[in-house]
Design a protein. Structure first.
Length: 158
């Protein structure tokens, strides 16, 4: 499948994500989506901020998880019907204040071409997969405010 077709499928995936209530509440939207890369963003509103005027940690975690899971399926969207995908765990390190005034914030998650190729081969072989998916969250200046890592579990559909 070519990158153009995967890109179109990726748009459908992002459209599906946007129907999720939490993503609507958090204002999370797709910025860039292509095989091996997912960037999502959000512009903070007052309801997203904590008592210090920073983006609430739960919103940042949700932004990171959305980027990671989107990246984990970015190179396999044409195989989604054959797979069950879920986040098994996630870790986040808050590196700097995510001041509400420093938005928009972007979460970027990337996987190598080799990882995508191996994942596609494992799906074809019906082999369960666990992917480590990194995420970097930056403010509008490009400064990293958080680093996260998720484990995406991909299993053959029963």
């Amino acid at each position: 499948m070519g990158n153009a077709a995967l890109g179109e499928l990726g748009e459908l995936v992002m459209a599906g994500f946007k129907k999720l209530g939490f993503l609507q509440y958090a204002g999370i939207d797709g910025v860039e989506y292509r095989p091996g890369r997912n960037v999502v963003g959000m512009e903070p509103k007052p309801e997203h901020l904590n008592h210090n005027g920073d983006v609430h940690a739960a919103i940042l975690f949700g932004l990171a998880e959305t980027a990671a899971m989107g990246a984990s399926i970015s190179g396999i969207v044409d195989l989604m019907g054959e797979t069950f995908i879920v986040a098994r765990d996630g870790r986040i390190e808050y590196l700097a204040r995510a001041k509400g005034t420093a938005g928009p914030f972007h979460a970027t998650s990337e996987l190598s071409a080799e990882t995508i190729e191996r994942t596609r081969a494992d799906i074809a072989a019906r082999t369960p997969i666990e992917l480590d998916v990194p995420v970097d969250i930056t403010d509008s200046t490009g400064k990293s405010v958080a680093a996260a890592s998720f484990t995406a579990v991909i299993r053959p559909r029963r």
